[in-house]
Design a protein around this ligand. Structure first.
Ligand SMILES: [Zn+2]
Length: 94
C-alpha cells in the first residue's frame, strides 16, 4: 500500500492560491485595515463565495501555478474579494 501523503503528486485549490496572491494588494488599495483578523475575514468571505478549482501538481515543481483561472472565474474572484472588502471595511471585527 502506498502512503497517500508521500506520493509525487498533490492536489491544491487554484481558487485559494489566486485569492492569496491578490488579497493583500486589493485590501491595501482600498485603504482599509490589514490586520490579521481583517485579512482572514476577507479571505474567508471570498472563499465562501467561490467554487474551488482543484488542480494536480507535481511535488517540487514550483511553476505549475502557471496554470490559471479562466477569465470568468478570475472576474468572479475579483468581485468576491471586493465584496468581502466592502463588508469587512464597514464592519471590522478586530
Ligand atoms: Zn483590522
Amino acid at each position: 500500500m502506498k502512503d497517500p501523503q508521500s506520493g509525487q503528486y498533490q492536489v491544491h485549490n487554484l481558487t485559494e492560491d489566486t485569492v492569496e496572491e491578490r488579497l493583500l494588494r486589493d485590501m491595501e488599495k482600498s485603504d482599509m485595515c490589514t490586520c490579521d483578523r481583517c485579512v482572514a475575514d476577507v479571505r474567508a468571505y471570498a472563499l465562501n463565495h467561490l467554487p474551488p478549482q482543484y488542480v494536480v501538481s507535481q511535488i517540487g515543481n514550483a511553476f505549475v501555478l502557471a496554470r490559471s483561472l479562466s477569465a470568468q472565474a478570475n472576474a468572479d474572484l475579483v468581485a468576491a474579494i471586493l465584496d468581502g472588502i466592502v463588508l469587512v471595511k464597514r464592519n471590522p471585527r478586530h
